[in-house]
Design a protein around this ligand. Structure first.
Ligand code: 13P
Length: 251
């Protein structure tokens, strides 16, 4: 059975006070959630406080990025050890905004995934094509190449520990969600490539989340698809009522 996961990526939003307020509201409204893993990924500055706010609940904490060294003279960077120290179990790696604005390459992402696993963190490894790549007919080959390069030199046992998020860049923050069929189709492509790289057992057991304009009014249709195991939610995760509804999707 693949795990169902709904993760909120708060991106560069919310002061610590606002973040704690949102976390406290979610802790109250999601008290009865049992079969879905809920992950909150606030900015670094709020990780500790949000971690305290969701203590004694089933909600998990995640960071939005890490550097691939444990410590050292890397001004401005945050290590996996540091996010573990404040209570993180998850970390988003290779988000398209990091690829685009901070020049993260597949090779850097591969290093970050390996380091996260070494520290016992669960990477949420993001892949997805741009609109230009989709229009050129290279959406599938782009995503397959991101999967292959991001997981370079990793064994089956390690890959089984991570979560993949398919986030088509053209659907992020645009209000344009991939239709459930399109999303499911790409998830199936990812599963096939994992099956080739590793085994069908691995590809059947890895959770693949969809991200890109997920909202309360489209989550049910997305979650009804065979290959979609959850969502990585941006804008709609900043509102407690909306995010609670997303977590309580109906299939
Ligand atoms: P939106 O839900 O705002 O489109 O963002 C998706 C995303 O990038 C989540 O990581």
């Amino acid at each position: 059975m693949r795990k169902k996961i709904i993760a909120g990526n708060w991106k560069m939003y919310k002061t610590t006070r606002e973040a704690v307020q949102l976390a406290e509201n979610l802790k109250k409204s999601l008290v009865n959630i049992k079969n879905t893993i809920v992950v909150l990924c606030p900015p670094f500055t709020s990780l500790f406080s949000v971690g305290q706010a969701i203590k004694n609940s089933t909600i998990k904490l995640g960071a939005q990025n890490i550097y691939y060294e444990k410590e050292g003279a890397y001004t401005g960077e945050i290590s996996p050890l540091m996010i573990k120290d404040v209570g993180c179990q998850f970390v988003i790696i290779g988000h398209s905004e990091r690829r685009k604005y901070f020049n993260e390459t597949d090779a850097i992402i591969n290093k970050k995934i390996k380091t996260a696993l070494n520290f016992g963190l669960t990477p949420i490894f993001c892949v997805g094509e741009t609109l230009d790549q989709r229009e050129k007919g290279i959406a599938e080959s782009t995503v397959i190449s991101q999967v292959e390069k991001g997981l370079m030199d990793m064994n089956e046992e390690d890959v089984l520990k991570l979560v993949i998020a398919y986030e088509p860049v053209w659907a992020i923050g645009t209000g344009k969600t991939a239709t459930p069929d399109v999303a499911d189709g790409m998830h199936s492509v990812i599963r096939k490539s994992l099956s080739k790289l590793y085994s069908s057992d691995l590809s059947n057991n890895i959770s693949i989340l969809y991200g890109g304009s997920v909202k309360p009014d489209n989550i049910d249709a997305l979650m009804s698809q065979e290959n979609i195991d959850g969502a990585l939610v941006g804008g709609a995760s900043l509102d407690s009522a909306g995010f609670s509804r997303i977590v309580q999707f109906k299939k």
